[in-house]
Design a protein around this ligand. Structure first.
Ligand code: NI
Length: 229
Protein backbone atom coordinates (compact mmCIF):
# COMPACT_ATOMS: atom_id res chain seq x y z
CA UNK A 1 0.00 0.00 0.00
CA UNK A 2 2.72 2.43 1.00
CA UNK A 3 4.51 1.55 -2.18
CA UNK A 4 1.44 2.44 -4.21
CA UNK A 5 1.19 5.80 -2.46
CA UNK A 6 4.87 6.43 -2.99
CA UNK A 7 4.64 5.63 -6.70
CA UNK A 8 1.50 7.75 -7.12
CA UNK A 9 3.22 10.68 -5.42
CA UNK A 10 6.25 10.24 -7.64
CA UNK A 11 4.06 10.05 -10.73
CA UNK A 12 2.23 13.22 -9.69
CA UNK A 13 5.50 15.04 -9.03
CA UNK A 14 6.85 13.92 -12.39
CA UNK A 15 3.71 15.11 -14.12
CA UNK A 16 3.78 18.51 -12.43
CA UNK A 17 7.48 18.86 -13.20
CA UNK A 18 6.79 17.94 -16.80
CA UNK A 19 3.98 20.47 -17.01
CA UNK A 20 6.26 23.14 -15.59
CA UNK A 21 8.90 22.32 -18.17
CA UNK A 22 6.29 22.26 -20.89
CA UNK A 23 4.95 25.64 -19.71
CA UNK A 24 8.49 27.01 -19.69
CA UNK A 25 9.22 25.98 -23.26
CA UNK A 26 5.79 26.59 -24.78
CA UNK A 27 4.81 29.87 -23.15
CA UNK A 28 4.04 32.84 -25.37
CA UNK A 29 6.70 35.54 -25.75
CA UNK A 30 6.58 37.80 -22.71
CA UNK A 31 4.35 35.42 -20.77
CA UNK A 32 5.56 34.55 -17.29
CA UNK A 33 6.33 30.89 -16.67
CA UNK A 34 3.97 30.95 -13.67
CA UNK A 35 1.07 32.11 -15.76
CA UNK A 36 1.87 29.61 -18.51
CA UNK A 37 2.04 26.87 -15.89
CA UNK A 38 -1.33 27.90 -14.45
CA UNK A 39 -2.82 27.69 -17.93
CA UNK A 40 -1.39 24.21 -18.59
CA UNK A 41 -2.51 23.09 -15.14
CA UNK A 42 -6.01 24.39 -15.84
CA UNK A 43 -6.03 22.43 -19.08
CA UNK A 44 -5.25 19.21 -17.20
CA UNK A 45 -7.30 19.66 -14.03
CA UNK A 46 -10.21 21.66 -15.40
CA UNK A 47 -12.22 22.64 -12.35
CA UNK A 48 -9.20 23.27 -10.15
CA UNK A 49 -8.35 26.52 -11.83
CA UNK A 50 -10.30 29.58 -12.99
CA UNK A 51 -12.46 28.87 -16.02
CA UNK A 52 -13.69 31.31 -18.61
CA UNK A 53 -17.02 32.82 -17.67
CA UNK A 54 -19.90 32.49 -20.09
CA UNK A 55 -19.75 35.81 -21.91
CA UNK A 56 -19.17 39.25 -20.42
CA UNK A 57 -15.38 39.02 -20.47
CA UNK A 58 -13.21 38.17 -17.53
CA UNK A 59 -12.68 34.85 -15.82
CA UNK A 60 -15.02 33.91 -13.02
CA UNK A 61 -13.66 31.84 -10.16
CA UNK A 62 -15.29 28.43 -9.85
CA UNK A 63 -17.11 27.67 -6.62
CA UNK A 64 -14.72 26.78 -3.82
CA UNK A 65 -11.85 28.90 -5.13
CA UNK A 66 -11.35 32.09 -3.18
CA UNK A 67 -8.69 34.66 -3.93
CA UNK A 68 -7.89 37.88 -2.14
CA UNK A 69 -8.50 38.69 1.50
CA UNK A 70 -6.27 40.08 4.22
CA UNK A 71 -3.13 42.07 3.53
CA UNK A 72 -0.95 44.61 5.25
CA UNK A 73 0.95 47.05 3.02
CA UNK A 74 2.09 50.66 2.73
CA UNK A 75 0.52 53.13 0.34
CA UNK A 76 2.58 55.49 -1.85
CA UNK A 77 1.88 58.36 0.58
CA UNK A 78 3.42 56.40 3.45
CA UNK A 79 0.13 55.37 5.10
CA UNK A 80 -0.08 51.77 6.32
CA UNK A 81 -3.16 50.08 4.86
CA UNK A 82 -4.95 46.75 5.17
CA UNK A 83 -7.88 45.19 3.31
CA UNK A 84 -10.17 46.82 5.90
CA UNK A 85 -9.33 50.27 4.52
CA UNK A 86 -10.96 49.21 1.25
CA UNK A 87 -14.04 47.51 2.67
CA UNK A 88 -17.12 48.52 0.70
CA UNK A 89 -15.11 49.58 -2.33
CA UNK A 90 -14.38 47.89 -5.62
CA UNK A 91 -10.75 47.56 -6.67
CA UNK A 92 -9.00 46.85 -9.93
CA UNK A 93 -5.70 45.39 -8.77
CA UNK A 94 -2.59 44.67 -10.78
CA UNK A 95 0.62 43.11 -9.49
CA UNK A 96 3.70 44.47 -11.23
CA UNK A 97 6.70 46.74 -10.80
CA UNK A 98 7.74 50.21 -11.90
CA UNK A 99 10.83 49.06 -13.82
CA UNK A 100 8.70 46.81 -16.03
CA UNK A 101 9.52 47.70 -19.64
CA UNK A 102 6.30 46.71 -21.32
CA UNK A 103 3.50 44.60 -19.88
CA UNK A 104 2.85 46.53 -16.66
CA UNK A 105 2.47 49.96 -18.29
CA UNK A 106 0.11 48.46 -20.85
CA UNK A 107 -2.10 46.81 -18.24
CA UNK A 108 -2.10 49.82 -15.89
CA UNK A 109 -3.02 52.07 -18.82
CA UNK A 110 -5.86 49.70 -19.60
CA UNK A 111 -7.13 49.84 -16.01
CA UNK A 112 -7.18 53.65 -16.22
CA UNK A 113 -9.03 53.46 -19.55
CA UNK A 114 -11.62 51.09 -18.08
CA UNK A 115 -12.31 53.39 -15.14
CA UNK A 116 -12.64 56.42 -17.39
CA UNK A 117 -14.86 54.53 -19.83
CA UNK A 118 -17.21 53.61 -16.96
CA UNK A 119 -18.09 57.27 -16.43
CA UNK A 120 -19.56 58.15 -13.01
CA UNK A 121 -19.74 54.44 -12.07
CA UNK A 122 -15.95 54.32 -12.41
CA UNK A 123 -15.70 56.37 -9.23
CA UNK A 124 -16.76 53.28 -7.29
CA UNK A 125 -13.55 51.54 -8.38
CA UNK A 126 -10.08 52.22 -6.97
CA UNK A 127 -7.26 51.37 -9.38
CA UNK A 128 -4.28 49.80 -7.62
CA UNK A 129 -0.77 48.57 -8.35
CA UNK A 130 0.77 46.22 -5.81
CA UNK A 131 4.48 45.92 -6.44
CA UNK A 132 6.26 42.56 -6.67
CA UNK A 133 9.58 44.42 -6.46
CA UNK A 134 9.53 46.08 -3.03
CA UNK A 135 13.31 46.44 -3.03
CA UNK A 136 13.29 49.07 -5.78
CA UNK A 137 9.69 50.25 -5.59
CA UNK A 138 9.88 52.72 -2.75
CA UNK A 139 6.90 54.89 -1.83
CA UNK A 140 8.41 57.78 -3.81
CA UNK A 141 8.99 55.62 -6.89
CA UNK A 142 5.44 54.28 -6.71
CA UNK A 143 3.92 57.72 -6.12
CA UNK A 144 5.57 59.08 -9.24
CA UNK A 145 4.74 55.99 -11.29
CA UNK A 146 1.04 55.51 -10.51
CA UNK A 147 0.28 59.22 -10.97
CA UNK A 148 1.25 58.82 -14.63
CA UNK A 149 -1.64 56.41 -15.21
CA UNK A 150 -4.59 57.72 -13.22
CA UNK A 151 -5.01 60.48 -10.60
CA UNK A 152 -6.74 58.03 -8.22
CA UNK A 153 -4.41 55.09 -8.78
CA UNK A 154 -2.81 53.78 -5.60
CA UNK A 155 0.60 52.11 -5.38
CA UNK A 156 1.16 49.64 -2.57
CA UNK A 157 4.44 48.23 -1.35
CA UNK A 158 5.66 46.53 1.82
CA UNK A 159 8.35 44.32 3.23
CA UNK A 160 9.31 41.34 1.05
CA UNK A 161 7.30 39.18 3.47
CA UNK A 162 4.19 41.37 3.23
CA UNK A 163 4.40 41.34 -0.56
CA UNK A 164 4.90 37.56 -0.61
CA UNK A 165 1.83 37.14 1.60
CA UNK A 166 -0.52 39.24 -0.53
CA UNK A 167 0.85 37.56 -3.69
CA UNK A 168 0.13 34.18 -2.15
CA UNK A 169 -3.46 35.17 -1.38
CA UNK A 170 -3.96 36.28 -4.99
CA UNK A 171 -1.92 33.37 -6.38
CA UNK A 172 0.47 35.71 -8.10
CA UNK A 173 3.73 34.20 -9.31
CA UNK A 174 6.84 36.36 -9.47
CA UNK A 175 10.56 35.85 -9.56
CA UNK A 176 13.66 37.88 -10.18
CA UNK A 177 15.31 37.49 -13.58
CA UNK A 178 18.85 38.60 -14.31
CA UNK A 179 19.73 38.73 -17.99
CA UNK A 180 23.44 38.70 -18.83
CA UNK A 181 23.05 41.62 -21.23
CA UNK A 182 21.35 43.87 -18.69
CA UNK A 183 22.76 45.47 -15.57
CA UNK A 184 19.37 45.81 -13.84
CA UNK A 185 17.24 42.79 -12.98
CA UNK A 186 13.67 42.23 -14.15
CA UNK A 187 10.74 40.58 -12.44
CA UNK A 188 8.98 37.73 -14.17
CA UNK A 189 5.40 37.88 -12.96
CA UNK A 190 1.89 36.70 -13.74
CA UNK A 191 -0.22 39.38 -15.32
CA UNK A 192 -3.90 39.22 -14.43
CA UNK A 193 -6.06 42.21 -13.54
CA UNK A 194 -8.19 41.40 -10.49
CA UNK A 195 -11.63 42.84 -9.86
CA UNK A 196 -12.02 42.82 -6.07
CA UNK A 197 -15.49 43.20 -4.57
CA UNK A 198 -16.55 45.25 -1.54
CA UNK A 199 -15.89 42.21 0.68
CA UNK A 200 -12.21 42.06 -0.33
CA UNK A 201 -12.67 38.90 -2.40
CA UNK A 202 -11.71 38.56 -6.05
CA UNK A 203 -14.80 38.52 -8.29
CA UNK A 204 -13.17 38.33 -11.70
CA UNK A 205 -9.78 37.88 -13.29
CA UNK A 206 -8.98 39.55 -16.56
CA UNK A 207 -6.36 38.07 -18.82
CA UNK A 208 -3.75 40.44 -20.23
CA UNK A 209 -4.98 42.32 -23.27
CA UNK A 210 -8.68 41.92 -22.51
CA UNK A 211 -10.46 44.68 -24.41
CA UNK A 212 -11.52 47.75 -22.42
CA UNK A 213 -15.17 47.41 -23.52
CA UNK A 214 -15.21 43.77 -22.43
CA UNK A 215 -13.90 44.69 -19.00
CA UNK A 216 -16.39 47.53 -18.62
CA UNK A 217 -19.24 45.16 -19.51
CA UNK A 218 -18.04 42.46 -17.11
CA UNK A 219 -17.65 44.92 -14.22
CA UNK A 220 -21.09 46.33 -14.89
CA UNK A 221 -22.56 42.82 -14.63
CA UNK A 222 -20.77 42.37 -11.29
CA UNK A 223 -22.14 45.68 -10.01
CA UNK A 224 -25.68 44.66 -10.95
CA UNK A 225 -25.30 41.14 -9.55
CA UNK A 226 -24.30 42.52 -6.18
CA UNK A 227 -27.00 45.17 -5.91
CA UNK A 228 -29.75 42.69 -6.87
CA UNK A 229 -28.70 39.97 -4.41
NI1 NI B 1 5.49 43.71 -15.72
Amino acid sequence: MLKVIRYSALALLAMIGGLWGYAWTSRAPGQGVGEAFAERLAAVFGQQMPLPAAGGGGVQLPAGISLGGAFSLTRQDGVAVTERDYAGRWLLVYFGFTYCPDVCPTELGRIADVIDAMGPAGERVTPMLITVDPERDTQAALADYVSRFHPRMQGLTGTPEQVAEVARRYRVFYSRVQRPDMSAYLMDHSSFVYLVGPDGRVRLLFRPETAVEEMVRAIDIQFRTLTSS
